[in-house]
Design a protein around this ligand. Structure first.
Ligand SMILES: Nc1ncnc2c1ncn2[C@@H]1O[C@H](COP(=O)(O)OP(=O)(O)OP(=O)(O)O)[C@@H](O)[C@H]1O
Ligand SMILES: [Mg+2]
Length: 432
């Protein structure tokens, strides 16, 4: 698949652009005019179109309009001749990604802007893919009524939302639901997982960076906050943010402004912020690892998602939703649960959350020879992993006594306790 389509009636400009982009490892196709470009766009999909504005026949603006209408995922960069800046501005207003003046100053200048456009394209495609992959919020339990109603009400506002709950309860699903129910639904939903990146990488992911901000920063790059402009920004695992970033984020929450890494220019964004954590943020504030002021900015509207054990009536509807998705992934759209399986699921004691339920169903689906799943075993509750203190001490005392042939003084020394204490414990635990 070609990634970039270069459109220009001037063969010199075209071959300059094609060479510059191919050198950067991009796949490039070319067209001499707008009609040819449109024919190619019908056959193949392009991440980016680079087009001249003034061309015989339909011009670059007409091509831009057509691409925006028929291929909304394709980014368009326009090339404008010196002195036609007005046209460039109107191209931007009509949805061009960016413009470059001709003659283009260097191959690198062209590559930089095309790279940014490809990034935007990739991110958008990714956002759509994950949104497609995130199921709509399924629920049915009475304990979810106030939760869902709170999510729906807050969705219509601009307020920051903090989603709380154990791992796997559906915080990400809820964040997507808030976006989908909000007036921002048609704009991007951009997520960042604060636990998945190192602080330095996370900083440039969030805020972007200027050219030369650090080694390898060959061009300016917009951060995810900027890409979320007009939409919703989801800060997942916000409890893991390190102190420096907490301070920078606080300013975003207060002013919706920031500077890119290595930059001085202030960027303003219009984003609704949703954050999530499975940590006890208040405890983190008390112990000093999470800024109190940031906590209060985030916790404007906290929503706690109850664990599955507090919403047993959700289990069956959730199982149906999850199984439909699993069936889709496995290419077995007919997958369903037998009545007895539904009964056992409903009656089951589910130690985990929605993610575990999904895992159990996936295993059952793989094991089932037909599309009707009749056996679904709730995961066994893991045996208490940590022994009690008494059990641990008993085992340690036994081992020490064995090792020292029953010599209590040496066993006590070995255990790091006094002989008297050992004696007391032996008596108390009935070991003698
Ligand atoms: N209400 C729901 N409806 C449908 N699917 C759900 C629901 N809640 C959770 N899921 C599914 O369960 C899995 C876990 O949900 P999710 O990733 O949203 O959990 P989480 O709370 O973000 O967990 P973690 O804290 O571990 O990141 C996902 O596969 C998700 O699609
Ligand atoms: Mg999550």
């Amino acid at each position: 698949m070609a990634h970039v389509l270069v459109v220009d009636d001037d063969t010199g400009v075209r071959s300059f652009a094609v060479t510059a982009l191919k050198r950067a490892g991009m796949e490039v196709a070319e067209a001499a005019d707008a009609p040819e470009a449109l024919r190619r766009l019908k056959r193949e999909s392009f991440a980016v179109v680079v087009t001249d504005l003034r061309m015989p026949g339909p011009d670059g603006l007409a091509l831009l309009d057509q691409v925006r209408a028929d291929h909304p995922d394709t980014e368009v960069i326009v090339l404008t001749a010196f002195g036609t800046i007005d046209t460039a501005v109107s191209a931007m207003k009509r949805g061009a990604f960016d413009f470059l003046q001709k003659p283009v100053e260097s191959p690198e200048a062209l590559r930089a802007v095309v790279r940014r456009a490809m990034e935007r394209h990739a991110l958008r495609a990714h956002a759509e893919a994950t949104q497609g992959g995130v199921p709509t919020l399924t629920w049915g339990a009475p304990s979810m009524v106030p939760v869902v109603s709170a999510l729906q009400k807050v969705a219509r506002t601009q307020s920051t939302v903090l989603l709380l709950g154990e791992s796997g309860v559906g915080k990400e699903v809820a964040a997507n639901a808030i976006h989908a129910w909000s007036p921002r639904a048609a704009r991007p939903f951009v997520a960042v997982n604060c636990a998945s990146l190192s602080a330095t990488l996370l900083e440039s992911e969030l805020f972007g960076h200027e050219r030369g901000a650090f080694t390898g920063a060959a061009a300016r790059r917009r951060g995810r906050l900027e890409l979320a402009d007009g939409g919703t920004f989801f800060l997942d695992e916000v409890g893991e943010l390190e102190p420096g970033l907490q301070a920078r984020l606080l300013r975003v929450l207060q002013e919706r402004r920031f500077e890119r890494v290595g930059g001085e220019q202030t960027v303003e964004v219009d984003v609704r912020i949703v954050a999530a954590t499975n940590r006890d943020l208040e405890a983190r504030v008390r112990e000093g690892s999470f800024r109190e002021d940031l906590y209060y900015r985030l916790a404007v509207f906290p929503v706690r998602l109850p664990p599955l054990r507090e919403r047993k009536a959700d289990i069956v509807p959730l199982a149906r939703t999850l199984l439909a998705r699993i069936g889709g992934d496995l290419g077995r759209r007919g997958l369903r649960l037998s009545d007895s399986a539904i009964e056992s699921i409903a009656a089951g004691d589910w130690p985990g959350n929605v993610r575990e339920l999904s895992n159990v169903l996936e295993r059952a689906a793989i094991l089932a020879d037909t599309d009707v799943i009749s056996l679904v075993a709730p995961p066994a509750r893991p045996a208490a992993a940590a022994p009690s203190l008494v059990a641990a001490e008993t085992a340690a005392i036994r081992a020490a006594l064995d090792l020292h042939g029953g010599n209590r003084r040496r066993a006590a020394e070995h255990l790091g306790i006094g002989e008297r204490t050992l004696y007391d414990k032996l008596k108390a635990y009935g070991l003698s």
